[in-house]
Design a protein around this ligand. Structure first.
Ligand code: NDP
Length: 488
């Protein structure tokens, strides 16, 4: 035990020394002018304030129970969030009786989950992308990530769309022709699967934590705050990998997490069909709107390499457990709710939900697209029919290199600083509104997404401010609002 502690500390010291030296240039030989001036410190925090620490500990202690609660209330209380609380208060139920009634771990669920994760692993590691060869406009195959704080540029094999297509083709073939398993298999094992996803989520986060001390992939991009809870939750390694291609962030976020999202929804729709003999228009709306979002993710997987998850967040419990447990269980609450409460919407209600979802998606997609186009062409493009306006910025990477970047001030990025989040929130509200107004259960998602994206906005701006300094101030003066012009 003592030996491990010493070894962990020594590894940490080695990593920090390596960080201090900051001699490493881009892994692909990318040019970075090495200077004598102090290096940039714009990645994740090195110091943890008491507020962040309290939030981290609170989340570590409550998040797994929150997920259990939202799934359990459907299983035992028809998705009523208040009923179990009332029963607990009146003494009709106890925490123990609720826990005892919930299905437990089963070996069947363990087998299903093992096959599922292994299958996704094989698709990710062993089937190089071919879809980019025949799908015009799709960027798959080997792609570059963004420059890390230490100045590295990682390479990724982008084959998520292909994995999604193969998985869903097999799902369809099974449902229509082979009948190896019931299309309700996911719903039928939902709570036992929660146990399995937790086991993987904790195993991966703990492995990543220990790996960061013992054999980090890029020591220069590790961050040790000195607080074990913060390190465990927010991660130490920036882009942990095994071998050249197994990237923890890309694999765990995309698959098994996001590939599963649409399959889970299909399983819910199949369950409605089995229970009631029909599928409601609300279930179809949820399936369609969320499938658009998922397909958008995979179509733009190369773009995802430039988002905060990959460019800023370190890999810890937040991403590891979050991708394995939080995402598949809480992002799919609407479909689960509709299995227990088969809401049939009026035409006007359904049309309003569809419109909100599509407008939200449009704002989300085109805001992201404008930035991507702008950055790829270094501003030599057309946005809303005009040459984009921008602010020139300079920043330093951890290796001391001086780099230049541009912040766009026109198109959606001139209206507000994060209109992509606003569009995402509109879409999220549409999923919830598709469930009608009978219970607050399906609305948890919009509450969560609002907290997530507002917090993300604040932390991204904090990072951009330390990265770009006075240039960021010029940008925020030019575009004063974050999410809603004139309000926030
Ligand atoms: P963004 O794609 O908005 O990326 C922010 C980064 O973009 C900044 O750090 C900065 O990076 C750069 N940037 C900021 N302003 C400008 C500008 N004016 N011009 C050019 N570049 C700029 O954020 P995310 O990565 O968080 O989100 C990507 C998408 O994913 C969003 O649409 C979001 O809604 C969605 N998302 C969905 C989640 C979900 O759970 N459903 C979770 C998180 C995100 P740089 O350092 O390069 O300058």
């Amino acid at each position: 035990m003592g030996q491990i502690a010493v070894s962990l500390e020594m590894s940490s010291a080695v990593a920090m020394e390596a960080t201090r030296r900051r001699q490493r240039l881009s892994s692909n030989g990318g040019a970075s002018e090495t200077t004598e001036e102090p290096a940039g410190q714009w990645g994740r925090a090195w110091e943890v304030d008491w507020f962040s620490l309290s939030a981290v500990i609170l989340l570590l202690c409550t998040a797994p129970f929150l997920v259990f609660f939202f799934v359990m209330v459907c299983d035992q209380y028809q998705c009523s969030v208040s009923q179990p609380l009332v029963e607990l208060y009146s003494g009709e139920a106890t925490l123990r009786s609720i826990w005892d009634k919930a299905p437990s771990f089963t070996w069947t669920a363990a087998q299903i989950y093992t096959v599922w994760v292994s299958f996704q692993l094989v698709l990710y590691m062993c089937v190089p992308d071919v879809t980019h060869k025949f799908l015009p406009g799709y960027a798959g195959g080997v792609q570059d990530g963004a420059r890390t704080p230490a100045g590295l540029i990682n390479k990724y094999e982008i084959n998520g769309l292909q994995s999604w297509l193969i998985t869903h083709a097999l799902w369809y073939a099974n449902a229509q022709y082979f009948h190896w398993f019931s299309p309700t298999i996911i719903f039928d094992n939902w709570i036992p699967l929660l146990w399995c996803t937790n086991i993987l989520g904790y195993a991966v986060s703990t492995f990543a934590f220990v790996k960061a001390y013992l054999f980090p992939t890029n020591a220069e991009d590790c961050k040790f705050t000195g607080n074990v809870f913060y390190n465990y939750m927010m991660g130490i390694e920036f882009n942990p990998r095994i071998g050249k291609w197994f990237d923890f962030k890309l694999f765990f976020n995309g698959r098994p997490g996001i590939v599963a999202w649409t399959l889970i929804n299909l399983s819910y729709a199949a369950k409605q069909q089995e229970l009631y003999g029909y599928v409601t228009n609300s279930m179809i709306l949820v399936n369609v709107l969320q499938a658009i979002y998922v397909l958008d993710f995979f179509w733009n997987e190369a773009w995802y390499l430039k988002t905060i998850d990959i460019c800023h967040d370190h890999f810890g419990w937040y991403l590891g457990w979050g991708d394995c447990v939080w995402l598949p269980f809480l992002y799919t609450l609407q479909g689960l709710y509709l299995v227990y409460n088969p809401v049939q919407l009026s035409t006007a209600h359904a049309a309003a939900v569809l419109l909100l979802g599509l407008v939200g998606y449009y704002v989300f997609r085109f805001t992201n697209h404008q930035k991507d186009l702008f950055r790829r062409t270094e501003g030599k493009c057309s946005v809303w029919g005009k040459k984009p306006t921008f602010i020139e910025c300079a920043y330093r990477s951890g290796d001391g290199g001086l780099h230049h970047s541009k912040l766009m001030t026109s198109g959606f990025w001139g209206v507000a600083r994060h209109l992509n989040y606003t569009g995402d929130l509109m879409g999220s509200l549409a999923y919830c509104a598709a469930c009608g107004f009978g219970h607050i259960h399906p609305y948890f998602y919009i509450v969560y997404m609002t907290i997530l994206l507002v917090h993300r906005c604040v932390r991204d701006e904090h990072r951009c401010s330390s990265k770009y300094g006075k240039d960021w101030k010029r940008y925020t003066d030019a575009v004063p609002y974050r999410l809603l012009p004139g309000i926030f």
